[in-house]
Design a binder for this molecule. Structure first.
Ligand code: HEC
Ligand code: HEC
Ligand code: HEC
Ligand code: HEC
Ligand code: HEC
Ligand code: HEC
Ligand code: HEC
Ligand code: HEC
Length: 252
């Protein structure tokens, strides 16, 4: 049998006192010393809201601009930059709307500004208009050719190569050098003006290439074209799964 001592030994009693004193001190710190806002999330939220509300409002929103800059507002609404807010480019302009003669917003006229969005970068969405700022009409301000409030290209390029340079340069040194782009693509005129909304056709069938390459092909360009038997040659696939149409090559 374990035998308990009659009386708590002194050393243990002292430990107990120290322990209770610590608990009391801890409770005092938590309940009294730490101020309430440091413990209560609701109070913290309320304080945060007050702090944010006290900050001065710096942005006006683009609807305010229409009052005095109606023409620019209407122009931007119809152009490629319709989804950009005025203050994306001109910076916070609340102070300007309140005292337009004294406070002027920034005008981002330097060339380095537009490439923030338009410099070529492979991580941008496919089809987003991009340029290489080093070679794209260097040394002139972007706004000298593109109106920033309606930035359509200033001229309609005549050649496919203005916009499809890589394909044009590839085809120029290929076996298809004699074929015009329009031999294989029907290109509506509107494509050169709104290339992303009006798209040219692309060949859809094996028979299309067969116009020149089938055994019995009769196209006027077919004279020099090597022939294959369409019923056997690469039968299950369309031709451009094996031959890049802008530079068809055959390994020997
Ligand atoms: C209450 C009228 C008013 C409102 C609202 C207003 N502006 Fe202006 N803004 C003016 C006036 C007046 C000028 C000076 C025109 C001038 O110098 O020919 C001006 C000039 C400008 C300029 C040219 C600054 C310069 O250095 O030449 C810019 C940019 C501009 N405003 C942007 C904005 C934007 C962005 C908004 C909306 C957030 C806006 N404004 C709202 C009246 C207004
Ligand atoms: C893509 C950036 C961009 C956006 C968005 C933009 N601006 Fe501008 N804005 C410019 C640039 C760049 C200039 C200077 C043009 C120049 O140097 O010819 C300018 C010039 C101005 C000027 C002074 C010269 C002028 O043409 O009268 C005013 C006023 C102005 N912008 C107002 C606005 C308002 C209002 C909006 C929104 C409806 C807006 N801007 C949206 C870039 C922008
Ligand atoms: C905050 C990003 C942003 C900035 C800054 C910006 N743009 Fe744009 N830009 C766009 C967007 C978004 C479009 C529309 C793309 C679309 O329609 O798919 C566009 C379209 C264009 C186009 C039309 C291209 C085409 O398809 O033919 C031109 C040109 C252009 N911007 C020039 C400029 C110029 C010049 C500036 C500087 C004054 C500028 N951009 C600043 C976002 C920006
Ligand atoms: C000397 C006039 C000129 C200047 C300066 C200029 N551009 Fe252009 N930009 C054009 C022309 C013309 C086109 C039509 C396509 C082509 O022929 O290259 C174009 C096309 C574009 C396009 C459309 C590309 C596409 O794939 O649809 C964008 C975006 C563009 N420019 C942005 C800019 C930016 C940003 C700057 C300033 C860094 C700038 N441009 C300076 C004349 C100019
Ligand atoms: C102003 C610039 C421009 C000119 C000029 C131009 N294109 Fe395009 N083209 C584009 C753009 C931008 C796209 C869309 C690219 C994307 O969505 O990634 C496109 C897409 C295409 C496509 C693909 C369509 C699809 O459904 O994928 C073909 C094919 C094409 N162009 C052929 C041509 C031919 C042929 C010419 C000359 C007769 C030509 N383009 C002239 C800019 C142009
Ligand atoms: C021999 C026929 C032929 C000729 C000539 C031709 N293309 Fe194509 N092109 C095609 C085919 C087929 C496709 C579809 C490829 C695919 O879907 O993989 C295509 C696709 C395209 C595309 C879509 C993007 C891509 O690379 O797949 C563009 C842009 C294009 N062609 C532009 C041009 C331009 C510009 C020229 C003239 C410089 C041209 N093509 C000449 C047959 C041709
Ligand atoms: C309008 C006629 C025409 C059409 C349509 C055409 N081609 Fe051709 N193709 C030619 C001619 C001509 C040559 C031979 C040029 C030369 O090398 O003398 C050729 C060569 C080739 C070669 C051989 C390349 C080599 O290394 O010898 C291949 C592969 C080829 N084309 C594939 C295609 C495919 C795929 C299509 C459909 C997208 C197509 N062609 C559509 C006229 C055409
Ligand atoms: C499965 C892949 C594949 C497909 C699909 C395919 N080809 Fe080929 N093609 C080849 C290979 C590999 C060669 C080279 C070896 C040979 O001559 O069979 C070739 C060679 C050719 C040649 C050159 C023949 C010569 O005598 O020089 C032409 C022309 C050609 N193909 C056209 C086409 C056309 C047109 C189509 C669509 C109807 C097509 N090919 C589909 C793989 C393919």
């Amino acid at each position: 049998m374990v035998k308990f001592p009659e009386k708590i030994p002194d050393s243990l009693a002292r430990l107990l006192v120290v322990f209770l004193a610590l608990v009391a001190a801890g409770a005092f710190v938590v309940l009294v010393v730490i101020p309430r806002p440091m413990k209560d999330v609701r109070l913290q939220w309320a304080d945060d809201i007050k702090r944010e509300q006290a900050k001065p409002v710096r942005y006006a929103g683009f609807h305010v601009c229409v009052e005095c800059h109606g023409e620019i507002y209407e122009m931007k609404k119809k152009g490629y930059h319709r989804d950009l807010s005025c203050e994306t480019c001109h910076g916070p302009a609340k102070a300007h709307t309140e005292d337009p003669d004294k406070v002027k917003p920034v005008i981002p006229a330097q060339r380095a500004f537009c490439p923030l969005c338009h410099a070529y970068n492979p991580s941008r969405p496919r089809g987003f208009p991009q340029i290489n700022p080093v070679v794209h009409n260097p040394l002139k301000a972007c706004a000298s050719c593109h109106n920033p409030h309606d930035p359509k290209p200033p001229t309609t390029p005549k050649d496919c190569s203005a916009c499809h340079g890589e394909i044009a340069r590839t085809k120029a040194v290929s076996h298809h050098v004699m074929l015009a782009c329009t031999t294989c693509h029907e290109v509506p005129r509107q494509h050169k003006i709104s290339p992303r909304s009006v798209k040219p056709s692309k060949p859809q069938t094996r028979e299309f290439c067969g116009k020149c390459h089938a055994k019995d092909a009769r196209d006027k360009m077919a004279k020099d074209a090597p022939r294959v038997d369409l019923s056997e040659h690469g039968e299950k696939y369309v031709c451009w799964q094996c031959h890049y149409p802008h530079s068809p090559e055959v390994e020997n």
